[in-house]
Ligand binder design. Structure first.
Ligand code: ADP
Ligand code: MG
Length: 322
């Protein structure tokens, strides 16, 4: 398919509402109006076929997920999605593949209220780079650096599902449907991110695993944390696993795109109210401490041994994307 035809097709699927861009697709660059009281929040993520997702992933899921991982970064900053750019390298111009890819991406773009404002198209090994631009009230974005001793550590959803699906796919087994959905169609926690503005002291999205990503908050905030393993939210699909296998998935499994955040102790923010407001399970799993280490406490009070070297232990964990 010629390049202009491909761009036209993408545009057809992702019609920008009138006025969404001062100047959108079709010129040498886009022109975007930024409200005076807002800041831009910008992020980029690349997904490479066969590296970040199995080569036989349905194109609809590939389209969905390449936008979803970027929206997750906007969510973690508390930003409202505004525009995105799509740089595509495709091995061939298979129209059926492109339509499915565009359907997956357009569905999520519509839900999230984000508009395709430009991109680039080349031939090459399958590689999708999305740059997402969001807006946030000046000076209010959530960051990784604000956690303080005594803060509550909270996680959304049930981390470990995506890794459980990937584990079963690799073993040649059919994953549970809900786990497969978590892997292929992760829901960016945009409403939660917005609700946390002015509430959370720090926030991160979980792309590399809960322990590793919480580790980034600890490092950048200059604090530590004590996590109670008995409190980790557990998906029913993980409930039957031996506990150490389950903890490994919950703590080191990447690709869930849940949010991990901290709330100050004196704050009246009720998790139940926040949870009801966002329609999302929220669980307090521990507390921020002043010693610069991540302590994982087993239900019997002993430390979780494999974590004795700290969260970097999890750096080599399996992941599918992000
Ligand atoms: P140039 O040669 O000046 O870089 P292009 O032909 O690459 O121009 O792009 C023409 C227009 O199409 C631009 O507005 C660009 O943003 C848009 N575009 C190209 N590829 C994509 C894509 N994959 N998704 C969205 N817009 C695209
Ligand atoms: Mg170009």
């Amino acid at each position: 398919m010629p390049e202009f035809e491909l761009i036209r097709r993408l545009q057809e699927f992702m019609q920008a509402p009138a006025g969404a861009c001062a100047l959108g697709i079709g010129d040498d660059a886009a022109i975007l109006d930024v409200p005076a009281d807002r800041q831009l929040v910008v992020c980029t993520d690349t997904l490479v076929g066969g590296v970040h997702f199995p080569a036989d992933t349905p194109p609809r899921a590939v389209g969905y997920k390449s936008l979803a991982v970027n929206l997750s970064d906007l969510a973690a900053m508390g930003a409202e999605p505004a525009w995105f750019f799509l740089a595509l390298a495709l091995p061939d111009g298979d129209p059926a593949w492109i339509d499915e890819f565009a359907r997956g991406m357009a569905g999520l773009a519509g839900e999230a209220g984000i508009v395709l404002a430009g991109g680039d198209t080349t031939s090459g090994s399958l590689c999708i780079t999305v740059t997402a631009v969001g807006l946030v009230e000046k000076g209010r974005a959530l960051t990784r650096s604000g956690a303080r001793p005594g803060d509550r550590v909270v996680v959304s959803g049930e981390p470990g599902r995506a890794a459980n699906a990937l584990r079963r796919l690799k073993a040649g087994e059919r994953p549970d449907e809900s786990d497969l959905t978590a892997l292929e169609y992760p829901a960016p926690r945009l409403a939660l991110g917005r609700a946390l503005l002015g509430q959370a002291t720090s926030c991160i999205d979980i792309s590399d695993g809960l322990a590793a990503d919480l580790g980034h908050i600890l490092e950048q905030s200059g604090v530590g944390a004590r996590i109670d393993l008995a409190r980790l939210p557990c998906a029913e699909t993980l409930a039957g696993l031996p506990e150490e296998e389950r903890w490994a998935l919950q703590l080191a499994g990447g690709d869930d795109y849940e949010l991990c955040f901290t709330l100050s102790p004196g704050d009246p923010v009720s998790l139940a109210a926040l949870s009801a407001r966002c329609g999302l399970e929220l669980t307090q799993i521990g507390k921020i401490t002043s010693e610069a280490s991540l302590v994982l406490e087993r239900p019997d009070g002993r430390r979780y041994e494999t974590a004795s070297t700290g969260y970097e232990h999890f750096a080599g964990a399996d992941k599918a994307g992000g």
